[in-house]
Design a protein around this ligand. Structure first.
Ligand code: SAM
Length: 280
């Protein structure tokens, strides 16, 4: 998301801020940031806190962003962000990636730059006409690429009413209303059984609780993309071992097709996705 222009941007930012900040803080200015649409997310060291609004204003001007947020946490069932607004005010933006338009409120809805490879991969694995059920759709992070580029049919389930509004808008923005349908429900209340050629489980920490539901949605021989967070000491056995155990308890056999480490989630903990073929 950071562009090559940053090599010119950083010196310019330092130059402008050297007139406004004590000299010892200039080296501590953020060297990396995330840009989502025209909203910037800045990680800030505690020493810079007293100057945060001034710093944010300069980053916005030099980079050309309308709003700057301070990087914070992503938490809770809806994986909401709590990013403080440092400059500007409008936190809703449209971010374009791999030809997909994602509209979202960056201050409240997560969009992880580190998941970009997975979003691109999903565009490639999806096949025309197959039915994908996205159990944790968010704003369509993973399933919009499947509908747009893969020409798959998608049922996208999102529980948060706020995030759901963006999911619906994104389906229209990307003109895939003919093959993508969204439900604002808890995926455990979804009634479809034995219907999906592919199931997306793009969730972390508690994903294992949802394995039985994913299995009931999946057709015989279909593929489940199972995400979870895994302590390093349990890798590479996990997360496949848990998936296999739960599947066997429910009378399914499974075959591991692929495994990808997506990103570091916390110290000693990784976000991993396993592609699993399931047999009823
Ligand atoms: C972390 S986001 C992931 C988005 C996307 N799948 C990805 O991997 O980039 C997970 C989404 O699942 C939603 N969610 C959590 N529990 C859910 C449930 N039981 N049913 C449906 N959606 C749920 C959250 O509100 C959130 O928007």
């Amino acid at each position: 998301m950071e562009t090559e222009k940053t090599q010119f941007i950083k010196p310019r930012i330092r130059q402008v801020l050297s007139e406004k900040l004590p000299p010892e803080l200039i080296q501590k200015l953020p060297k990396h940031w995330v840009q989502i649409g025209d909203v910037l997310i800045l990680p800030l060291r505690p020493e810079l806190e007293p100057y945060r609004h001034r710093i944010a204003e300069v980053y916005a001007q030099v980079i050309g962003a309308k709003t700057v947020l301070k990087k914070g946490r992503i938490s809770g069932e809806f994986r909401e962000t709590n990013y403080e607004v440092l400059h500007g005010g409008d936190t809703v933006t449209v971010h374009t990636e791999n030809g997909i338009k994602y509209k979202l409120d960056v201050a409240r809805v997560m969009f992880s730059p580190a998941n970009v490879k997975e979003r691109v991969r999903m565009a490639r694995v999806a096949k025309p006409g197959e039915l994908v059920v996205d159990m944790f759709a968010g704003i369509g992070h993973l399933s919009l690429p499947m509908a747009v580029h893969g020409k798959a049919r998608v049922i996208a389930i999102e529980k948060s009413p706020y995030t759901f509004q963006f999911l619906v808008e994104n389906i229209e923005l990307n003109k895939v209303q003919d093959r993508m349908t969204a439900y604002n429900i808890d995926n455990r209340d979804f009634l479809g059984e034995n219907i999906a050629d592919r199931v997306l489980m793009g969730y972390v920490v508690k994903t294992a609780e949802f394995i039985p539901k994913a299995l009931s949605i999946a057709k015989d021989g279909s593929v489940i993309h199972y995400h979870n967070t895994v302590p390093e000491r349990l890798m590479p056995r996990e997360p496949f071992e848990t998936f296999q155990r739960v599947a066997r308890e429910h009378g399914y056999e499974v075959e591991k097709l692929n495994e990808i480490v997506i990103k570091r989630y916390a110290p000693g903990v990784w976000h991993v996705v396993v592609d699993v073929r399931v047999f009823r």
